[in-house]
Design a protein. Structure first.
Length: 83
């Protein structure tokens, strides 16, 4: 996928020179930064998922017979995990 970014020329030149001095290209450096951020976000999601599952395993919830969560109920409630 190709994208267009608006970056001040001075910043582009500075980072391009740094990248070349470190044996890479500006394009590769930007790609590596984006890949690193993507990996970080995936790890955060995995951590939040683990926290939720741990919360669900350790907390008992009771609801009236036949009651079901609606989408609105689920999005209005916040999970609090005391650690």
């Amino acid at each position: 996928m190709s994208i267009t970014l608006s970056i001040p020329p001075a910043i582009v030149q500075e980072v391009r020179e740094w990248a070349e001095a470190n044996g890479t290209s500006l394009n590769q450096y930007v790609r590596q930064c984006l890949e690193a951020k993507c990996a970080e976000l995936k790890e955060e999601r995995k951590t939040r998922r683990s926290q939720f599952l741990e919360f669900a395993r350790t907390h008992e919830v009771s609801a009236p017979q036949g009651w079901r969560w609606s989408r609105d109920d689920a999005t209005e409630r916040e999970m609090e995990c005391a650690k």
